[in-house]
Design a protein around this ligand. Structure first.
Ligand code: ATR
Length: 277
């Protein structure tokens, strides 16, 4: 029998595509935890009621995905600073009061993945270029700033959105016009694609890497396909490459550990399980 408070889930709409239940099931079995993790398809108008009901029936927490990541902040008792900065939450933990704490673990997942793959990476001597200015870009930028990075180039198709990030995060952000991104590649040592370009069904990222230094780390947040055109070209040029799957797996760790009491690991077997299912 499932003990009280060993139940969590993922809420979104639609939710059938979510691979989180697969990942959590794998970790629960691996760590011999008698817990449950369920997908919950919830429409917008029911979100508030569902969030009030779940802790009453034994849920300890919830992941949130599209389209409710922003909406849930409205109902939270506590919003962590990083969720506030990003303006969205993906990890909710129910509190004894019946309310919940809303957190965003995307930036944590990004950094954990980067550090796992590039153990020599140091924020002290890092000059990144971030492609994109959406929610994923915000998570990456805030985690890099928190880590001590002092200058971040940001470029986006819609210039004004990148400018908004400059206004929000301050002068450590330097906005580059989308058409000039190629020219700045020789000045950076970390390139991060946070746009949806290169994802299955989307256009490719049209960026020649001829100016890139081969010591540059290239990270693509896109994980479908695992090896994007950007990573293929970066690999050809001898750059160090980090794919997006690790971030997806790492961002789930804080929720799992908080709700089920044990810290899972992202190892080769976890990646393999995820890729083959
Ligand atoms: P997320 O929360 O995943 O970051 P988002 O907020 O919709 O999603 O942001 C998507 C990012 O991909 C944005 O930077 C977007 O650029 P715009 O702000 O100009 O829309 C970028 N993007 C999506 N399609 C693109 C395309 N065809 N060319 C260039 N950038 C694109």
């Amino acid at each position: 029998m499932v003990k009280n408070n060993l139940i969590a889930g993922v809420m979104g709409n639609p939710i059938s595509h979510s691979k989180s239940p697969l990942l959590f099931r794998y970790w629960l079995d691996k760590l011999s935890i008698e817990g449950q993790y369920v997908p919950l398809s919830v429409v917008k108008q029911d979100v508030e009621q569902v969030l009030k009901t779940l802790p009453k029936i034994g849920f300890s927490g919830l992941n949130v995905t599209i389209p409710h990541k922003e909406l849930v902040l409205k109902f939270a008792e506590i919003v962590t600073p990083r969720a506030k900065t990003i303006g969205a939450a993906n990890t909710l933990t129910f509190l004894p009061s019946g309310g919940f704490k809303a957190d965003n673990t995307d930036g944590f997942g990004f950094l954990a993945n980067l550090k796992e793959h590039q153990q020599n990476w140091s924020s002290k001597k890092c000059t990144p270029l971030v492609l994109g200015a959406g929610g994923a870009s915000r998570s990456v930028i805030s985690s890099l700033l928190e880590e001590g990075v002092t200058l971040i180039y940001v470029t986006n198709r819609t210039f004004e959105r990148a400018q908004e990030l400059r206004n929000f995060f301050g002068p450590k952000i330097v906005v580059i016009e989308w058409n000039y991104k190629k020219e700045i590649l020789s000045d950076i040592d970390l390139l991060i694609n946070t746009t949806s370009l290169g994802m299955v069904g989307q256009k490719l990222l049209d960026l020649s890497l001829e100016n890139i230094d081969q010591n540059t780390i290239v990270v693509d947040l896109v994980y479908n396909p695992i090896k994007t055109q950007l990573l293929k070209e970066a690999e050809k040029r001898g750059c160090k490459c980090v794919d997006g799957l690790g971030m997806l797996l790492h961002q789930a760790i804080p929720g799992f550990e908080g709700w089920f009491g044990k810290k899972p690991s992202v190892d080769t077997a976890t990646r393999k399980m995820f890729l083959t299912k």
